[in-house]
Design a protein around this ligand. Structure first.
Ligand SMILES: *Cc1c(COP(=O)(O)O)cnc(C)c1O
Ligand SMILES: [Zn+2]
Length: 414
């Protein structure tokens, strides 16, 4: 017996962000009226806050505990994606001058990045639609997430990546059995190529034809933070920005948590973190909220965030402004230093995108953005084992004898 969507979620339809038209949740992925971006809308009034909270708390230890607030029914067999730890970070907090600092450790997902979340929701939708192939344009992590999810569900996967991404990411996507297509050019060129292929091949492109569903998976990061903080919102979250899907959906998530009565009203600020070599959103925020200008040639260590023309770029600026948040753009040196500070104070190893977030928090703290007693959550979205620290000084290699060690020890001390 299959459960209908209506029994599981409160999905009302897909609302166009440009013209406001509400449309049925059928195969369309852009507005039937104006071709604008569409996103799920829910009947949140149907929930009784207390019942919903109890249902969630009894749910699986995965993002599917929030199924009532997602646009698809959970697939019958699923991975434990999400429900990652929220860790108190006193030592890092002391180093940065932040009193109540937490790490949302999303490096601990099945393929070691938060991309497993949007993919879980997009894939559930692909299965509902009966698709046999999923595909994506990726800056690195999405490729692995799509490849693994496809493998797990017996689907084919095609992943398109810029040819210069970290070899670990290409290799893992290939190991999961995906066809990895390396494209000469920056992510935006890969993205445009996929946009052209999407209709022609009829595959489920997770960040095009499934994007309204894909983006919804990102809400679950904040759902979890709120639940883990005893059903309150943190005062500040620091979010890395690539396409802006993650950042913008944190605002959607906060609104849904408030509208269902799961959390009380409180002040909540979203801060954007980007690398200086590709900071279209942060630069727009810092330049007095001007429109986003595309970055033609992104150059940064944080390849996961190297999206010069972000789909949700202006949307991100708007959300940061509405939540009275802020932004920073940080250099490659700051990124390296911050990732190393995190690893050596908290034992959490991140890829450069995590360094961008920690370095941003450091800048915001020194600008006095966080006040005493406020909770600050850093979003750590990608694991350092997948192309992390590039030039960490390694210890000496010695012969297997104690004298060799004594000699090396003196040298290390000296
Ligand atoms: C993709 C990615 C991001 C940014 O996500 P968007 O939704 O594209 O803004 C952040 N961190 C890591 C590690 C990523 O792979
Ligand atoms: Zn429209």
């Amino acid at each position: 017996m299959t459960t209908t969507l209506e029994e599981i979620t409160a999905l009302r339809g897909l609302r166009c962000r440009a013209c406001g038209a509400l449309q049925p949740a059928d195969e369309r992925y852009i507005c039937g009226e104006c071709l604008g971006p569409i996103e799920p809308e829910y009947d949140l009034d149907i929930f009784d806050a207390e019942t919903l909270r109890v249902d969630i708390e009894r749910g699986p230890a995965s993002l599917w505990r929030y199924a009532p607030l997602l646009p698809v029914a959970p697939p019958t067999s699923h991975w434990p994606v999400g429900w990652t730890p929220l860790i108190e970070a006193h030592r890092l907090g002391d180093a940065l001058g932040i009193e109540r600092l937490y790490l949302k450790d999303d490096t601990r997902n099945p393929t070691l990045s938060f991309k497993d979340r949007p993919v879980a929701v997009a894939l559930a939708r692909a299965l509902e639609l009966g698709l046999d192939t999923i595909a994506c344009a990726s800056t690195g992590n999405l490729a692995g997430a799509v490849a693994a999810a496809a493998a797990r569900n017996g689907l084919r996967a095609f992943v398109f990546v810029p040819a210069d991404i970290e070899p670990e990411k290409i290799a893992s996507a290939a190991a999961y059995g995906a066809t990895v297509v390396r494209v000469n050019g920056p992510y935006d060129a890969v993205n445009r190529l996929c946009g052209r292929l999407a209709d022609e091949y009829g595959w489920g492109f997770v960040n095009f034809t499934l994007r309204p569903y894909y983006a919804e998976g990102s809400k679950t990061v904040l759902f979890e933070c709120a639940e883990q903080l005893g059903w309150t919102l943190p005062h500040h979250i620091v979010v890395p920005v690539g396409s802006g899907a993650l950042l913008t959906r944190q605002a959607t998530a906060a609104n849904q948590l408030r509208a269902t009565g799961l959390v009380p009203e409180s002040h909540f600020h979203i801060h954007a973190a980007q690398p200086a070599g590709c900071a279209p959103v942060s630069d727009a925020v810092l330049d007095n909220w001007r429109p986003v200008e595309p970055v033609r040639r992104p150059e940064t260590l944080a390849k996961s965030l190297a999206i010069g023309a972000p789909a949700d770029g202006d949307g991100s600026v708007k959300i940061v402004r509405e939540t009275r948040g802020s932004a920073a753009s940080v250099s490659d040196d700051e990124i390296r230093e911050a990732a190393s500070l995190l690893a050596t104070t908290e034992g959490v190893l991140v890829e450069p995108a995590g360094g961008v977030v920690v370095a941003t928090a450091k800048q915001l703290a020194s600008r006095g953005v966080f006040h005493a007693g406020e909770t600050v959550v850093l979003y750590l979205t990608g694991n350092g084992y997948k192309g992390g620290p590039e030039e960490t000084a390694l210890g000496p290699v010695i012969a297997a004898d104690a004298d060799a060690f004594r000699l090396a020890y003196e040298e290390v001390l000296a």
